[in-house]
Design a protein around this ligand. Structure first.
Ligand SMILES: Nc1ncnc2c1ncn2[C@@H]1O[C@H](COP(=O)(O)OP(=O)(O)OP(=O)(O)O)[C@@H](O)[C@H]1O
Ligand SMILES: Nc1ccn([C@H]2C[C@H](O)[C@@H](COP(=O)(O)O)O2)c(=O)n1
Length: 242
């Protein structure tokens, strides 16, 4: 074999795995980093949310674990992984907005703690990551530990409970006054408590880098994760950061 025929003609796919609790900034930061590096973006939480939406739409009892698994097998889920315009479709229905509604946020943990659902989600997410030829930033709760433990870069993105509550409240209400913060508590604190019974996203597993974003602005976190990707992989951003 000649030397030139052994040289790879394309850059190998880069996989960045990001986990963390609710409101730590996983989705927004992962999306921005994916854009910088020319990668796809996979929001795995949106997949659990889509299944929850589908079960509610189909009147499936979320407490009936077998019925939820059957619903997942029947769900025509299509994940759009362009970080400039990520999308979630169930059949022809664009569920990007409905899966963020409170009725889904309040119930999604019941679906995400179903272990048979998790096994199927793991396989589907691995397939989607494998299909991303240019590479992908995948984020969720068990990406660094279960779905992609061999990812090139693995990161736990954390922030204090107060910072996360305030961020989510600002997103939902446009301000972070105390009564609004209290009304958001269930969607952040209770959900994390339930979700952490089946995934490890509170402390970093071996080999997983931690970024604590509590006192960092959004762009600062994007810069920190981008710098980490470059330091670990030698890969430079594909586009100018600003
Ligand atoms: N460093 C930051 N400083 C302030 N606000 C931030 C920061 N990072 C993200 N945000 C904002 O906080 C909110 C929550 O961020 P995001 O949705 O990315 O969190 P998440 O970890 O994906 O949450 P969930 O798992 O619940 O979906 C968004 O409105 C986002 O713009
Ligand atoms: N890999 C994942 C991703 C998400 N979940 C659960 C945890 C959340 O309650 C729910 C929605 O996630 P979000 O959109 O808030 O990030 O899905 C999980 O268990 N594993």
């Amino acid at each position: 074999m000649s030397r030139s025929s052994r040289v790879p003609t394309s850059v190998p796919a880069l996989v960045v795995a990001v986990d963390g609790p609710s409101g730590s900034g996983k989705s927004s930061v992962s999306r921005a980093v994916a854009r910088r590096f020319g990668l796809r973006y996979l929001d795995t939480g949106a997949m659990y949310r889509a299944l929850t939406w589908w079960c509610l739409d189909q009147a499936v009892d979320l407490a009936d674990q077998g019925a939820v698994v059957r619903a997942m097998d029947a769900m025509p889920l299509v994940m759009g992984t362009d970080p400039a315009a990520p999308s979630v479709f169930v059949g022809a229905v664009d569920v990007g907005e409905p899966i963020r509604q409170t009725r889904v946020s309040e119930r999604v943990s019941a679906v995400a703690t179903n272990l048979d659902v998790r096994a199927r989600m793991r396989d589907l997410q691995r397939r989607l990551i494998g299909e991303a030829e240019a590479g992908v930033v995948a984020e969720g709760r068990d990406i660094t530990t279960v779905v992609a433990p061999d990812a090139d870069v693995r990161v736990l993105l954390t922030a204090t409970e107060q910072a996360r509550l305030e961020r989510r409240t600002r997103e939902l209400h446009g301000h972070a006054e105390q009564d609004a913060v209290e009304s958001t508590r269930d969607q952040v604190v209770r959900r994390d408590r339930d979700d952490s019974t089946v995934s490890q996203f509170v402390t970093a597993a071996d080999g997983v880098h931690t970024i604590d974003s509590s006192a960092m602005g959004f762009e600062e976190v994007v810069d920190a994760l981008s710098a980490l990707v470059t330091r670990v992989t030698g890969r430079e951003p594909a586009v100018e950061s600003r």
